[in-house]
Design a protein around this ligand. Structure first.
Ligand code: ZN
Ligand code: FE
Length: 255
């Protein structure tokens, strides 16, 4: 049976995710901003937490781990490169490694840039990518630790996944990201259409995360730097993708 996905809002604007394999009853949490809403979601579903998968060391992705481990005894998986900054790990993983949630294979991608040691979890059969603060809905994480080329390499890796991939990112930042995207390219049809969709979702109090990778490819200004027409609009027709990405990231930092 396919994995079941649940999106759990935490703190002010964070998202945690649960995936549940009905055959094995395995349940994994991706990121642990705080324990109470996650424990409440597990109780409501009648699921037992077996695994906690951590994307990166920031407090708003790990602070709930001690309480969740105490309550559930779940095993903790995180990046070996970041083991010293993460809570104690049962499994330390790196790009190329495979994890299993019941019968479902997850692949580890190194998506450093926001932090060095940021990983993403990709479940190919379910078309699920847990990208946290690397690739986000119409955005990408701030470059706290990585150089722009490092983040560009990470984003390129994710952009090459199947377009039907569902991008489960770590924050509800979409409206602010949309404003920035529109400031660069106000008449881009896909962006204008997505603006309507996002306004409708927010008016209903609905989440804008996860989003489809195909939507990100069409509207995310950090992925659109491969598009010659977009480059020209930025006055960077002759720049490499990576240099153009660095430029867009710098513009966003000062937006
Ligand atoms: Zn972060
Ligand atoms: Fe975060």
């Amino acid at each position: 049976m396919p994995l079941i996905l649940r999106t759990i809002p935490c703190l002010n604007d964070n998202y945690a995710f649960l995936i549940h394999d009905p055959d094995s009853k395995s349940t994994a949490l991706i990121d642990a901003p705080e324990a109470p809403p996650i424990l409440a979601a597990l109780k409501a579903e009648g699921w037992t937490l077996t695994d906690i998968l951590l994307t990166h060391h920031h407090y708003d992705h790990i602070d709930g781990v001690p309480e969740l481990v105490a309550a559930t005894n779940a095993r903790v998986t995180g990046a070996s490169a970041d083991a010293l900054r993460l809570p104690p790990l049962d499994f330390a993983v790196a790009e190329g490694d495979t994890i299993w949630i019941g019968g479902h294979e997850g692949q580890i991608l190194d998506v450093s840039g926001h932090t060095l040691g940021h990983i993403a979890f990709y479940f190919p059969a379910a078309n699920l990518l847990f990208s946290a603060d690397s690739l986000m809905a119409m955005g990408c994480g701030r470059l706290f630790e990585g150089a722009p080329e490092v983040m560009w390499t990470s984003l390129s890796k994710m952009a090459a996944l199947p377009p039907e991939t569902l991008v489960c990112s770590g924050h509800e930042y979409t409206e602010a990201n949309l404003k920035f995207a529109l400031s660069l390219d106000p008449d881009h049809p896909a962006l204008v259409a997505r603006a309507v969709d996002i306004a409708a979702k927010r008016a209903q109090g609905a989440f804008t995360v996860p989003s489809l990778l195909s939507e990100e490819l069409a509207t995310n200004p950090f992925l659109r730097v491969t598009d010659p027409a977009f480059k020209s609009k930025l006055g960077m027709a002759d720049a490499s993708d990576s240099v153009c990405f660095a430029h867009v990231r710098a513009l966003k930092d000062n937006f």
